[in-house]
Design a protein around this ligand. Structure first.
Ligand code: ATP
Ligand code: MG
Length: 374
């Protein structure tokens, strides 16, 4: 399988891609194929920072694949990366509200531990044994490897940071702890996460070589990419991102969705064509339309033709609202149960801690750091 096509037209992304991306995509495709044969030997870990509501970039870039893996029966760990909120800002902001909203977002799209017993949702700040892995892991990568990370450079630029903190520089190390503590091997993420994940793979490999005498304590995790691994924002020029104010959030009302799409950037050419390289803004809207209708962006471009940007936006708003309707309905039902959020977290913390305690035990044991001098 080369992508996960939902229509028999050419794949959506046509932009020139880096070697790292092509390699990661090939690996991701291979794993998707293997999953069809036998899903039972895998575990999934992925997550989000509680910095704001989830958007459709999250949905199409990662959540849809999480749901797919959950349905395959794969044990799924979802980390709410609360400490990592502080990588690019000075305070935690409205973290209580954001954690609550994140859990509602998850459950609204179907990631609900009480409906799927294979799902665990937890905050990494609540799992001390997970955080203890950061120290040994930090011995396994060099400062220059961390400094080369293109995602960190890009995010620092997007947030207009003059200085990056050690916490931001070491992002891939704490992320490796999040992934490896539960032996997560499948990591459904967007393209921005690939450089981080490459370092997680190195950390797993080097830990086994350096500290475990080549015993396979950790398996190298694989990024599972979506058909469109990076959804651009409504400004068309950069990644759709909570911090960049260019999102359509899953919790928006119908009216808010229409309004957000009306503000999306297009270009001056009336005829609608799908041309991601030369017409990124229009092509991004066509891509979104394609993703929520299971039809190719090219066929939408042909249908809209000289209807122009106005018609494109109207079509997208209509179809996205249809697509989001069941998600909104589930959210409404859950909002009437305030105890639900705490139940999810208590359940997740219990389960994640149990796994983290076992992993830390193994790590200490192979590092000869269990002492019993009696
Ligand atoms: P922030 O701006 O606070 O960093 P974000 O919108 O980038 O927020 P994250 O919490 O950093 O969201 O990302 C969570 C997951 O969603 C990651 O796997 C990331 O790759 C994926 N993701 C986020 N934005 C997109 C996007 N625009 N397209 C595809 N995947 C995305
Ligand atoms: Mg981000």
């Amino acid at each position: 399988m080369t992508t996960q096509p939902h229509h028999d037209t050419p794949p959506i992304s046509h932009t020139s891609e880096s070697k790292t991306f092509i390699q990661a995509k090939a690996l991701s495709d291979r794993i998707w194929d293997q999953l069809k044969e036998d899903a039972s030997k895998y575990r999934m870990l992925t997550g989000d920072r509680p910095t704001g509501p989830l958007h459709i970039g999250h949905y199409f870039g990662s959540l849809a694949n999480r749901i797919k893996l959950q349905k395959m029966g794969i044990e799924s760990f979802i980390v709410i990366a609360d400490y990592q909120v502080l990588t690019d800002r000075d305070d935690v902001g409205q973290i209580q509200r954001h954690v609550r909203d994140l859990i509602l977002d998850y459950a609204s799209v179907g990631l609900n531990p009480f409906e799927h017993d294979n799902t665990t949702i937890f905050c990494h700040s609540q799992i001390p044994e997970l955080n203890q892995l950061i120290l040994p892991f930090s011995t396994l990568v060099s400062v220059s490897e961390l400094q080369k990370n293109p995602t960190i450079k890009e995010e620092a630029q997007a947030m207009k940071l003059n200085n990056i903190s050690a916490c931001m520089l070491t992002y891939p190390i704490h992320q490796a702890a999040d992934i490896l503590f539960c032996h997560g091997q499948l990591v459904p993420v967007g393209k921005d996460q690939l450089p981080h994940l490459e370092l997680s793979r190195k950390i797993a490999r080097r830990f086994n070589e350096r500290y475990a005498r080549n015993k396979n304590v950790f398996r190298e995790p694989t990024a599972l990419l979506a058909e469109v691994p990076m959804i651009s924002g409504l400004d068309g020029s950069q990644k759709m991102s909570k911090s960049r104010h260019n999102t359509i959030n899953l919790n928006m009302t119908e009216k808010e969705t229409i309004k957000a799409i009306k503000r999306a950037k297009t270009d001056t050419e009336r005829m609608i064509t799908f041309d991601p390289v030369n017409r990124p803004e229009v092509s991004n809207l066509l891509t979104l339309l394609s993703l929520c209708t299971d039809r190719s962006p090219q066929s939408w471009a042909e249908e809209i033709g000289d209807g122009g940007g106005g018609m494109l936006k109207q079509c997208l708003a209509n179809h996205l609202n249809i697509f989001l309707a069941p998600i909104r309905e589930r959210r409404r039902a859950l909002e009437s149960r305030p105890e639900f959020i705490q139940e999810v977290l208590d359940h997740g913390t219990r389960r994640a801690r149990k796994v983290a305690i076992e992993t830390l035990d193994t790590v200490r044991s192979v590092m000869q750091m269990q002492y019993n001098f009696k």
